[in-house]
Structures are given as C-alpha cells and as structure tokens.
Design a protein around this ligand. Structure first.
Ligand code: ADE
Ligand code: ZN
Length: 341
C-alpha cells in the first residue's frame, strides 16, 4: 500500500528521544540514570498536563552532550519519519535547554545538521530547523540566544516559542520576535494548547507569527475562529499530544472536525512522538479512524501542510504532485468516510 507523502511542521527534535536511545546514550557517555532500562523509563510516561510532561522531557536531555549525540537523534527521527512518509520536516529545537546545561550551541546545531544531511543522502528526506525560545525563561536569555544563533550563522529558517504556556504570555517576547524578523527569519509560536484564545491573539498581534502551533483553544471563541479562517492562519495540530497531555478528554472530543468545519487551515503533526504514542503516520491514522476521513480529506490535510510550510514554490509543487499521485491510486489507505471538503 502506498504511503501518503507528508510534510511535518510541528516536531520537537528533543521529543523524538526514544527511551531506548536515552539508555544507549547514557551507557555510551557513562551517565547514571535513575531507572534500569527503557521500559522502566517508558512506564513514567503518564502525564497529567503539559508541565508534568515537560519535567521528564527536560530531565531526559541530560544524555545529549556532544555533537554526535545530536546527529544520532536527528538521524533516528529522520529514518522513522521517512518510514511514515515524511518528505520534508520543519524541526523545532530548544537551544536554551542545552545552553543552560553547558552544551555549546555550535555542537547542537552542527550535530543536528550532520544527522539531517546524512538522512537526506540516504532517504531523500529534507529538514529545516526552527529555534524555539522557552517562554518560561527570561526574555534576556532568549535575546542573547538569538544573537548567538545569528553570530554563528546557524542554518535556521525561523524562530518559535514553546514550553509552559499558562502564566508565560507571548507578549513578553515581542522584542525577540521583532529582532528575529529583522534578521530575515520566519516565525511561529505555540499558543492555545493549554492557554485560551487570548494567548493565540497575543501570538498573532504582539509577535506577528505566521503559524500557530496547536491553536485548538480557538474553538472557544467564535470571533477568533472567524479571524483565523478569514486570514488563513495556519494551525499545526498534534492530536495524540493533545490526548496524552489532557488538552482534550479523548480523541473523539478533539476539535479538529469543528476547526475544519469553521474553515481553518489545519495540519496534522506529531509534536513529541517518543512521548505521545506515535509518529505522524499514527496521528493521521487516529484522526482517520476517529472522524471517518476519506482519502480526499486526508490528501487535503497533507496539502495544507505543504501550503503552510516555508518551502520554496518549486519544492512545494513537487510534493503536491506526489500527494495527487497518491490520491489518484485507488485503495491508497484511508477509509471512505463522512468528512469531506
Ligand atoms: N516543548 C516540547 N513539546 C511541547 C509542547 N507540546 N508544548 C509546549 N512546549 C513544548
Ligand atoms: Zn509542540
């Protein structure tokens, strides 16, 4: 059965650190961990909310110390993403989470580039990097991190904003995003994951971002919904993440169908697949099953991601053709269903 070609736009490379790789890197680096094996670590992956996940996510980073570790992480994600049909990914990384541990930024960036270059040669998958600022850390730290990225001429295409949303308003980071834009960078921000509609408005109005990561709480505000539909704001939705972090009660009550009905431009992504039970293919599968999407609806979601990407037009055209080829082959995978465009 052919695999739908996909573009992934919401993926934290640190969130692809599988328990087996945590153990392997710990062993290789002589790092002692408080659990015996990967199963024991995985058993801790039951989260109440975003913060309880972030606590473990940051804790596990202790095993990422050198350029080679980051290369291995990037390559492992790219290999798995390739299997899932991903042909291009715009990949988040958290520079501050490594800088505060004393890991030089150049090693993080060079390692990720090494891993993705190797994967491109092997699988043809392409990746661009987006540096995210941690909204629960000082703005001054975000500014110096941005300056360091620019001074290094790090090959990033844009900046993002992530970590704990509630209590850490996006508006504080206006100067950071302004400086990034003046440096020619694209911009995105997490908003409306746990925070309400105002959090989304701040990301749009105070940071001027081009995409909203998550944005599911826009469903609570009809005025905001109309605005997002009218201005074609792209949302990067992560269904399994929302379920695992209790942002929604279960997949059946996810607002995805309602957002589509409201005319929003939504995409499907995996967020932190090592923690939330699956990569992008599984995220597509769960929404196909839960909402009875037919092949055309699934291809429309894949097209949305191409449109929402920061890729040049030539590459967008190439991927659109591959999606249309997938759709033209009968029995390509998704079940016939109700939800159509
Ligand atoms: N960092 C990694 N995953 C995240 C998420 N789902 N929300 C906010 N920050 C994150
Ligand atoms: Zn995220």
């Amino acid at each position: 059965m052919a695999t739908l070609p996909k573009v992934e736009l919401h993926l934290h490379i640190e969130g692809t650190l599988e328990p087996e790789l945590v153990m392997e890197l710990a062993r290789a680096g002589g790092i002692t961990l408080p659990y015996r094996d990967a199963d024991e670590l995985r058993a801790r992956y039951a989260f109440d909310d975003l913060q309880s996940f972030l606590d473990i996510y940051y804790e596990n980073l202790v095993v990422l110390r050198g350029r080679g570790d980051f290369a291995q992480l990037a390559h492992a994600y790219a290999a798995r993403a390739h299997e899932a049909g991903v042909v291009h990914a715009e990949v988040f990384f958290d520079p501050q989470a490594h800088l505060v541990r004393g890991v030089p930024l150049v090693d993080v960036v060079d390692g990720l580039v090494d891993g993705f270059e190797q994967a491109r040669a092997e699988f043809g998958i392409t990746a661009d990097l987006i540096a995210c600022f941690l909204r629960d850390r000082p703005v001054t730290e975000a500014l110096t991190t941005l300056d360091e990225l620019i001074a290094l001429e790090a090959p990033i295409i844009g900046v993002g904003l992530d970590s704990a949303e509630v209590g850490n308003p996006a508006s504080r980071f206006a100067e950071v995003f302004d400086r990034a834009k003046r440096a020619g960078l694209r911009s995105v921000a997490h908003a409306g994951e746990e925070g309400g509609p105002d959090s989304i408005r701040q990301a749009l109005d105070d940071l001027g971002v081009e995409r909203i990561d998550h944005g599911i709480r826009s469903i609570d505000d009809p005025l905001l919904l109309s605005r997002l539909a009218d201005q074609r704001t792209r949302l990067t939705i992560c269904p399994l993440s929302n379920v695992h972090l209790n942002a929604v009660a279960d997949i059946a009550s996810h607002p995805l169908p309602a957002l589509i009905e409201a005319g929003l431009h939504v995409t499907i992504n995996s967020d932190d697949p090592a923690y939330f039970g699956g990569y992008i293919d599984r995220n597509y599968d769960v929404v196909v099953d839960a909402f009875g999407l037919d092949d055309e609806a699934v291809a429309a979601l894949a097209h949305n991601a191409v449109d929402a990407s920061f890729l040049p037009d030539t590459r967008k055209r190439e991927i659109r053709t591959r999606i249309d080829e997938w759709l033209s082959v009968p029995e390509s995978g998704a079940v016939p269903g109700r939800l159509r465009w």
